[in-house]
Design a protein around this ligand. Structure first.
Ligand code: NAI
Length: 468
């Protein structure tokens, strides 16, 4: 049993956990963080956002060198793929960033407790948490244990032929045919990586559209551009089973509209049908912490669980499974514990899909607002006529701004296009400040920039766009 009574003991070193630990330490708390993995940074830094972005960046360079440079008058011959070097670079990026978090822990004097944490007593003023056989005491506990890939009962992971997003970052050869189950964020990002590197990629999606939750016009455009790149789609199709045939997996599926059964022969299958919260081994239920039917820890508006003094943030609680959402929540908890007004504005959390072109959105979709009966006006503007997009030769996509019909307040911004993930930051900041489409329309945007499409979409809300 360790002697120190920590002000805060965080469980899980993903974005939610480590940002909470750093902010709490900045605010003068004595902080420990328990992590079972070998490195800090959780899913995002180790096997999620960061390695996938490293591969997306590298694979896009390869694709550009092979297919796009000649149009710019840059002739390269004999473009070859060194996959081992690509994977090594990705691992180096991960190492730098996880090492960076370790450095920040030292700088902020946060104790890293190595091992699996289990809450053994949560009821008293001082909580007890066991980490790898040692009991630690803390006045407050924050659960930030994240999520893990969910699986399909009839298609279990074997880590080689049937894999989750983690192993799909590690293929040592480009698959011949990668079948992706699930046309969501992970399926399309990792599908894009291997498509660009030369794999045939087929996405089997249960619904009749891609990326549910994103604006439907954006989803349609995304499917169009990915199809142009060679990705194949079997929408409205249910995966029903699979059989192994030597090195190949025969994926069995059914078209939900016609009932027609079909099979796809794949040397690699990526299951990307969503993620589920991780609470196993945590001792949460035994400690009286309520977990709902979806497996999420229930929290109140101040991130407190059903047990006083125990908090939870990130993928393990309600809301979008996004690293930056978890980070904001972690910081908010630290500030609340310090007596400040920690707060997260869930209306203005951007989401990005790092395909090319990228997809990014913040706020409500048109479908959601129509369903609620909110009176809206919509302005859209394409990248096709934007000077910078033309200069880049990246003209696919558009910006769509949805504003309230009466107040003109911006309720949602949806972008598909080059660098959409960077462009959305302006929209998120403006929505945070309650901007109207008129505010955007009156803001000078540098010329020539991609951001001018955002301004033109704002002008288009009142049908006064200049360049179309
Ligand atoms: P997702 O929820 O984005 O997409 C899963 C897709 O699988 C959905 O389209 C769903 O309809 C489909 N599906 C479910 N069961 C199916 C079945 N049996 N057969 C065929 N299709 C089926 O989940 P995904 O892509 O696994 O990502 C998990 C989480 O990670 C998401 O919440 C996502 O936001 C997050 N993430 C975010 C990233 C980003 O911000 N760029 C990158 C990667 C993941």
């Amino acid at each position: 049993m360790a002697d120190t009574v920590y002000d805060l003991l965080v469980i899980g070193a993903g974005t939610g956990g480590y940002e909470a630990a750093i902010r709490a330490s900045q605010l003068g708390m004595k902080v420990a963080l328990a992590e079972k993995g070998k490195t800090l940074g959780g899913t995002c830094l180790n096997v999620g956002c960061i390695p996938s972005k490293a591969l997306l960046e590298s694979s896009e360079h390869y694709h550009v060198a092979k297919h796009k440079l000649s149009k710019h008058g840059v002739l390269v011959s004999d473009v070859k793929l060194d996959l081992a070097a690509m994977l090594k670079r990705k691992d180096a990026v991960v190492r730098q960033l996880t090492g960076g978090v370790e450095f920040l822990f030292k700088k902020n004097k946060i104790d890293w407790l190595k091992g699996l944490a289990k809450i053994t007593d949560a009821q008293g003023e001082v909580k007890k948490v066991d980490v790898a056989g040692t009991t630690y005491s803390a006045k407050k506990v924050l659960i930030a244990t994240g999520s893990e890939p969910s699986s399909l009962p009839f298609l279990p992971y074997d880590g080689k032929k049937v894999v989750s997003s983690t192993e799909a970052l590690e293929f040592t050869e480009v698959p011949k045919h990668l079948v992706v189950i699930g046309g969501g964020v992970i399926g399309l990002e990792l599908g894009s990586v291997w498509l660009r590197l030369g794999a045939k990629v087929t996405v089997v999606e249960f619904l009749d559209r891609l990326v549910p939750g994103m604006d439907s016009a954006i989803a349609t455009e995304l499917q169009k551009v990915l199809t142009k790149q060679g990705m194949e789609f079997r929408l409205f199709s249910k995966c029903t089973g699979a059989t192994q045939k030597g090195d190949w997996t025969l994926v069995e599926a059914e078209d939900r509209k016609t009932g027609t059964k079909f099979t796809l022969e794949a040397d690699r299958v990526l299951i990307a049908t969503g993620r589920r919260p991780v609470t196993k081994g945590l001792g949460a239920e035994e400690a009286g912490i309520k977990i709902n039917k979806a497996g999420q820890i229930e929290i109140d508006d101040h991130f407190q669980t059903s047990v006083k003094g125990v908090y939870a943030v990130g993928d393990v609680v309600r809301g979008p499974m996004l690293a930056h959402k978890a980070g904001e929540e972690g910081v908010a908890v630290a500030e609340i514990l310090a007596g400040q007004a920690g707060h997260v504005n869930y209306e203005a959390i951007p989401g990005v899909i790092y395909t090319w072109p990228e997809v990014a959105s913040v706020g409500a979709t048109e479908d959601e607002l129509k369903e609620k009966g909110t009176p809206i006006k919509v302005g859209s503007f394409p990248f096709q006529v934007n000077g910078r997009a033309k200069a880049m030769d990246e003209t696919d996509g558009f910006v769509k701004i949805i504003a309230h019909q009466k107040t003109d307040r911006v309720l949602g911004v949806h972008i598909i296009g080059p660098r959409a993930g960077d462009l959305i930051a302006e929209a998120a900041a403006l929505m945070e400040f309650g901007a109207s489409s008129e505010d955007i329309a009156r803001t000078t945007h540098a010329h020539p920039t991609l951001a001018e499409v955002f301004k033109e979409a704002a002008l288009a809300v009142d049908k006064r766009q200049i360049h179309l």
